[in-house]
Design a protein around this ligand. Structure first.
Ligand code: ZN
Length: 389
């Protein structure tokens, strides 16, 4: 449950109690906020800079608990997680082993020139099929989403031609998975900057990094223009090559669904982020999200209502630009770098809901009101498909 996130604070972070009237002023302060907002309880975790405690007190916001400073010890990726170089190997090796159902596509390059790669997963038919997209690793410090994306791609590919349910899904859909949308940022985390969130853009004033999930062309001008802040929107709309890689992929593929996986809060969120209104697609989002949120005991609703005001995010942009249903998932972890076992539990939790979304995205109003149980793997005889043994 999301409330569990409150029970253990990461080093350098504080738990805040925020009165209802103080949320907007808090957002304007530009604090580094975790995504574990609880509007009902009025709490959120934040990383305070010198002087922030006084500013918070002035707004009537209390510091409930404080973990103290980050200890000066070398950060190591928790055991089990795949480092950036290993992610690239896993992406390519899957496609080499299963060329009929899995191909690697470079969708762009990062600020520092690293390839941003996507899996295209689909049955061998050439017929056009509805496309769905899953993104992970946009925020560098959020480790578990990347493992979920890797596990998803490997699961779908390896089950294709063996499990009739997965085979059917990839025969009627084209699934694109981007396991690591911000490779430069992730490398900074691996190098010891364990709470790095943004990309690695050097800025003229000496600051570094743009928040890639505030950089898209949707109410961008309302975003945070302070380069020192973790949610800095960037110097202009889609200024970052990582943003443009995702933008161009979505423009080209016209997906029905874009799922952007973050951590850590236990939420399923959808547009709009900019205010508390509802989009015309509200009932579609709700039909997709609520059965899954109910099953997993996640909270669900619009970004602005359940999280906080967000502009320039990929989900709101994909809906506005291409009519794609942009869902944001906040995995229910304790902190940004949970144990690898927790990341694998996230994957177990999400394996079936993601497949169900990919299936239902084309006609959400036909979706049952409760998530059906995960179907048992239905063995197919292993013949007639290339590359299978
Ligand atoms: Zn995030």
């Amino acid at each position: 449950m999301a409330s569990a996130a409150a029970t253990r604070l990461q080093a350098g972070w504080s738990r805040l109690k925020v009165p209802a009237v103080a949320w907007e002023p808090l957002i304007r302060l530009g604090l580094d906020l975790a995504e574990d907002v609880d509007r009902d309880a009025g709490t959120v975790t934040a990383r305070l800079r010198p002087g922030d405690a006084d500013r918070l007190a002035g707004l009537g916001i209390r510091v409930l608990s404080d973990s103290g400073a980050v200890k000066e010890e070398a950060f190591r990726l928790p055991e089990g997680y795949t480092p950036v170089t290993g992610i690239q190997r896993r992406v390519r090796s899957l496609a080499e082993r299963h060329p009929a159902s899995c191909q690697v596509r470079a969708i762009g390059r990062s600020v520092e020139g690293r390839l941003i790669e996507a899996w295209r997963l689909s049955g061998p038919s050439r017929d056009a099929r509805p496309v769905v997209v899953l993104l992970a690793g946009v925020h560098a410090r959020e480790l578990a989403p990347v493992e979920v994306a890797l596990a998803l791609g490997e699961h779908l590919t390896e089950a294709y031609g063996r499990d009739a349910n997965v085979t059917r899904l990839l025969d009627i859909r084209e699934v694109w998975v981007v396991p690591l949308a911000n490779p430069d940022g992730r490398l900074r985390v691996e190098a010891g900057d364990l709470y790095w969130r943004k990309n690695a853009r050097p800025l003229p004033d000496g600051q570094i990094g743009v928040d890639l999930n505030r950089n898209h062309d949707v109410h961008w001008h309302l975003g945070n223009a302070r380069t020192t802040d973790e949610d800095y929107r960037g110097p202009e709309v889609a200024s970052e090559p990582e943003t443009r890689a995702v933008r161009d992929m979505v423009r080209h593929l016209r997906p029905r669904l874009v799922v952007d996986v973050h951590a850590f809060a236990g939420m399923v969120l959808w547009p709009p982020g900019v205010d508390r209104s509802f989009t015309p697609e509200e009932s579609l989002f709700s039909r997709l999200a609520r059965p899954v949120a109910n099953r997993l005991a996640y909270r669900s609703g619009t970004l602005a209502r359940v999280l906080y005001r967000v502009t320039g995010d990929v989900g709101s942009w994909a809906l506005a630009e291409r009519g794609a249903l942009g869902l944001t998932v906040e995995l229910d972890d304790q902190g940004f770098q949970p144990s690898f076992a927790q990341a694998m539990k996230d994957w177990e939790d999400w394996r079936w809901p993601l497949r169900w979304w990919f299936d239902m995205a084309v006609d959400p109003l036909s979706a049952p009101l409760a998530l059906p149980p995960e179907p048992k793997p239905l063995r197919l005889p292993a013949f007639g498909l290339p590359g299978l043994s």
